[in-house]
Design a protein around this ligand. Structure first.
Ligand SMILES: C[S@@+](CC[C@H](N)C(=O)[O-])C[C@H]1O[C@@H](n2cnc3c(N)ncnc32)[C@H](O)[C@@H]1O
Length: 224
């Protein structure tokens, strides 16, 4: 069993799945990654997928529990998923392994290559042409707002608030061969500078920095 700040742990649940859980909670009450629950019908129409340009090779630099990686892979993208928290990575890797062994999910699972590490350091070392680099850093919980889903609260307790998100975006701008996409809550300011385009969904928006766009050039200026 591994813990961060003695609050969140990863452990095996009664069904043999790795779960993320608050320390002291009963076994089986945690969050595990089960991609059988994710409906992929109509996935190509999602704002996330359209913001990332549809099919292509995408780096998901903030993989978390893999929900967005799975949707992108379900839409046909080849995804390199990077996660720096060993605790979160362990739970995602377990879910991906089970998906690989499931004949209905294995084709999608095979499109996801999971790596452990800090994307700010890894991005400059990754060779190849990527159509998009996708960032979904944790943002601070808002007081007075509806309670976030359990999985989000648990990942936040495990990893904190990702206060270095601007540095990650700058690293992406220094290495991107395609667009950069950043998920933000409605009403939150953009990271570093305004984007070239935005895609809205009911709960969030996606800021898109296009390689030939003013936002991308500004990002690069602020990186140099
Ligand atoms: C909001 S969660 C991402 C949720 C994810 N999009 C999903 O669908 O499950 C943010 C995750 O990004 C990870 N992260 C933040 N900055 C990172 C970095 N520089 N390198 C790798 N992982 C990072 C955090 O550890 C956390 O697990």
């Amino acid at each position: 069993m591994v813990s961060v700040g003695a609050t969140v742990v990863s452990r095996i649940d009664p069904d043999g799945r790795m779960e993320l859980a608050w320390d002291g909670d009963r076994l089986g009450l945690g969050v595990c990654v089960d991609f059988r629950r994710v409906a992929l019908r109509g996935v190509a129409k999602l704002a996330l997928v359209r913001a990332c340009g549809g099919r292509g090779r995408v780096v998901d630099a903030t993989a978390g529990l893999g929900g967005d990686s799975w949707l992108l892979a379900g839409a046909g993208c080849e995804v390199l998923a990077i996660e720096r928290s060993p605790l979160v990575l362990r739970v995602l890797a377990d879910g991906l392994q089970r998906a690989s062994a499931d004949e209905r999910l294995s084709t999608v699972a095979a499109r996801i290559d999971l790596r452990e590490g800090n994307a700010t350091e890894l991005l400059p070392t990754i060779a190849g042409e990527w159509s998009a680099i996708y960032l979904d850093p944790m943002y601070p919980a808002k007081r007075g707002h509806a309670l976030a889903p359990k999985s989000i609260r648990m990942v936040r307790d495990a990893v904190g608030d990702d206060a270095d998100a601007d540095a990650l975006l700058r690293a992406a701008a220094a290495t991107a061969t395609g667009r950069i996409v950043v998920k933000r809550p409605h009403g939150a300011p953009s990271l570093v500078c305004p984007p070239d385009a935005q895609f809205e969904s009911k709960l969030v928006r996606y800021d898109v920095y296009l390689r030939a766009g003013r936002g991308f050039r500004t990002l690069r200026d602020r990186t140099a």
